[in-house]
Design a protein around this ligand. Structure first.
Ligand code: ZN
Length: 331
């Protein structure tokens, strides 16, 4: 006859099995967004509760960086239990945004290639990619040239294209269109002649949760590691926390965040973190490369609920924080 203790143990085991069942059925309820570390540029993976997925950009150019970044993207896809990427949006034709595409496609099948159209900033090194490699990739799948106002079909999400090839959405989105006081003092900058201004921009809605991804569409001070940008971020109203893929090398300790919000170090960490902002190196051919980080890389993951609340998790240390429970962020 079982003792009371062992019956309790058996009951706990049964409860554990019951708890495992939904996981085995792979039920999803959240929109999961993996911000993958590709050492600058971009690779962001969206996974709908339906299991359909959109990857925005594929990291850096061949050979070594493309393989490194494709491996990191494939690891995120594996974590999300994906067997394919339903749509790849390449925001623009800069090497740190499309460079890993061929390598990603070798690891995870891509079903639809979305871009803004031809490259307006030709670089000889990329000619062969546009002439041969890219047509071969999308020729075996689907190719879509995006325009503002288009939607991308992702079951469970409302995915709208709001910018592409230098054009932007002309009509307000639902709930938008009124004057924004924060933009009252805005003065247009000189036109950006580069591929950045061609970026495919998306607004994604999941219930009450909305997120914008605009590629490199913004113009002045857009690079995150510039001290001025960090000052602006830290003094902006309504921003609760800033999560960083890396310590901001050019900004120093003064404009960076507590370590639990930072996903990655570098391969050879500094013996001590700088306290003062560090002067940015002069641009040009003699600019030293950024500190190397080719080793293990962690993502920052956002899991959003229909009610607009969302949890951000640092994959390096498991530190997570949920936003929007007390009103802020849910409006
Ligand atoms: Zn760019």
């Amino acid at each position: 006859m079982p003792t009371k203790m062992s019956m309790m143990a058996a009951a706990c085991f049964a409860a554990l099995l019951a708890g495992l069942a939904p996981a085995a059925a792979q039920t999803r309820t959240t929109l999961d967004i993996y911000v993958v570390d590709v050492e600058g540029g971009n690779a962001t993976l969206f996974v709908s509760p339906s299991g359909q997925s959109v990857l925005i950009d594929t990291g850096n150019v061949a050979p070594e960086a493309a393989i490194r970044d494709a491996e990191r993207i494939a690891a995120a896809a594996k974590d999300a239990r994906l067997t394919q990427i339903d749509h790849l949006i390449t925001t623009h034709w800069h090497g740190d945004h499309f460079g890993g595409m061929t390598e990603v496609a070798k690891r995870v099948p891509i079903r639809d290639y979305i871009d803004h159209g031809p490259n307006i900033q030709p670089v000889a090194a990329f000619d062969e990619f546009f002439a041969k490699a890219y047509p071969a990739l999308y020729g075996a799948a689907k190719h879509t040239v995006a325009k503002p106002g288009d939607t991308v079909a992702v079951a469970g999400l409302d995915w709208r294209i709001v910018s592409a090839a230098g054009a932007v959405q002309k009509t307000p989105l639902a709930g938008g269109g009124s004057a924004n006081a924060s933009c009252a003092a805005f003065k247009p900058q000189d036109p950006d002649p580069t591929e950045n201004a061609q970026s495919v921009g998306s607004i994604v809605t999941f219930g009450k949760f909305r997120v914008a991804h605009l590629g490199d569409l913004t113009w002045n001070n857009r690079k995150g590691a510039v001290p001025e940008s960090m000052k602006t971020l830290f003094s902006s109203p309504g921003i609760e926390d800033v999560w960083q893929i890396h310590f901001s090398q050019l900004s120093g300790q003064e404009y960076t965040v507590p370590g639990m919000f930072i996903a990655n170090g570098i391969d050879a960490p500094l013996s001590e973190m700088p306290v003062q902002p560090i002067a940015a190196p002069p641009p040009g051919p003699n600019t030293p490369p950024p500190p190397a980080h080719n080793g293990p890389a962690y993502w920052i993951k956002v899991s959003a609920q229909q009610d607009g609340t969302f949890t951000v998790t640092n994959a390096r240390n498991g530190f997570a924080k949920t936003y929007g429970m007390n009103g802020r962020g849910t409006n």
